[in-house]
Design a protein around this ligand. Structure first.
Ligand code: NAD
Ligand code: TYD
Length: 356
């Protein structure tokens, strides 16, 4: 079986869906169920017994040790993290705790577990660490896209804490020989995306007739990847990745934020026209920028394409259509995650952004 940390979050939850569409092997999900985790996302698999959900903190080493001894996973897929840049600006401590200390806890318990394995079981074991392109820092307009050898230059508490976790993974391979794999992926979007992030926030604000808050000049660039393409990349790296290696995952899909938002608006105009006949774009509002806002991210996926044979199946057009459709059809999930704590965050983050 697989041990999946953060499997009730956005990407981990999509991974569980993707896994059971293609495999029968059971999974154990270790998740603290923070504001970003939602058991409903993987409820069908918990109900039919293919997934077991354990609500616990990755920093709780006794629980991690017990889970490893009891379930004897052939791999750990480590998704759990605090993942939102804006939250890391308001409260960085949680990011250091979960992303750095939590990853250390997972690595060290994995080392103890793996060291005691023998033969084929030891040979097969993998620790796959899911990370981000944000560790590489920000690109200028004409800089080449991030390759795996690009120096780390993290700029936010989020990306710095992820960079710290990546370094620990590297050290556990080099020092102890722990069979690690690391993926550094670009911005994901798709079903079950928590609506504090750009794309789901814009879809849901638009449907509510609320302003669509675009930070700064709206010309920051992200390299967008449909979440299921990321999940497939992780499956393939788990199967074919070289131990100790890192793989950059991206869709060659660089898009300016303002173009992402207008695309979402166009899709909504077609699928759910506004009652007064106006276009959703009229809700776009430029607001005060994020402090230290990285200008551009772009992934050079040459290595994963060449060595693993992975490439994305979705274009941005096809992926965003599926995403908008999903949010229109899954109002129960959306209502559930937009709880009191969510509304409090929206007030905190957008209260002082009135200046365009
Ligand atoms: P998310 O915030 O949606 O989900 C994180 C999950 O981890 C939640 O279920 C949460 O409950 C759980 N969690 C948080 N702290 C925990 C703790 N201390 N112990 C146990 N569980 C805990 O994040 P996501 O977008 O699904 O990202 C998953 C991983 O992928 C992260 O490591 C992130 O850095 C990385 N990543 C994300 C993106 C993206 O665009 N979202 C891109 C590249 C890489
Ligand atoms: P986000 O989804 O938070 O991902 P990340 O910061 O990890 O790339 O933001 C994506 C881009 O959208 C980023 O450049 C910040 C911008 N953004 C807005 O313009 N308005 C918003 O309300 C949010 C949440 C993000």
């Amino acid at each position: 079986m697989l041990l999946i940390t953060g499997g009730a979050g956005f990407i981990g939850g999509n991974f569980v869906h993707h896994w059971f569409e293609n495999n029968q092997e059971p999974v154990v999900v270790l998740d603290k169920l923070t504001y970003a985790g939602n058991a409903q996302t993987i409820a069908p698999f918990i109900a039919d017994g293919r997934a077991t959900l354990v609500k616990a903190d990755i920093c709780d080493r006794d629980t991690v040790r017990h889970l490893l001894a009891h379930h004897r996973p052939r791999a750990i897929l480590h998704f759990a993290a605090e993942s939102h840049v804006d939250r890391s600006i308001h409260g960085p401590a949680e990011f250091v705790q979960t992303n750095v200390v939590g990853t250390f806890s997972m690595l060290d318990e994995a080392r103890l577990y793996w060291s005691a394995l023998e033969g084929a079981e030891r040979e097969a074991f993998r620790f796959l660490h899911v990370s981000t392109d944000e560790v590489y820092g920000s690109l200028g307009d004409h800089d080449p896209a991030f390759s795996e050898t690009k120096a780390f230059e993290p700029n936010s508490p989020y990306s710095a804490s992820k960079a710290g976790s990546d370094h620990l993974v590297r050290a556990y391979f080099h020092t102890y020989g722990l069979p690690t794999l690391t993926t550094n992926c670009s911005n994901n979007y798709g079903p079950y995306h928590f609506p504090e992030k750009l794309i789901p926030l814009m879809i849901l604000n638009a449907l509510d007739g609320k302003p669509l808050p675009v930070y700064g000049d709206g010309l920051n660039i992200r390299d967008w990847l449909y979440v299921r393409d990321h999940c497939e990349a992780i499956c393939q790296v788990l199967k074919k990745g070289q131990l100790g290696e890192t793989y950059n995952v991206g869709g060659i899909n660089e898009i300016r934020n303002i173009d992402v938002v207008t695309t979402v608006c166009r899709k909504l105009d077609a699928l759910r026209p506004r009652a007064d006949g106006s276009q959703y774009e009229s809700l776009i509002t430029y607001v005060k920028d994020r402090p230290g806002h990285d200008r551009r991210y772009a992934i050079d996926p040459t290595k994963i394409q060449r060595d693993i044979g992975w490439k994305p199946a979705e274009t941005f057009e096809s992926g965003i259509s599926k995403t908008v459709q999903w949010f229109l059809s899954n109002t129960e999930w959306v209502d559930h995650v937009r709880s009191g704590a969510y509304r409090q965050w929206i007030d905190t983050n957008y209260a002082n952004r009135t200046a365009g």
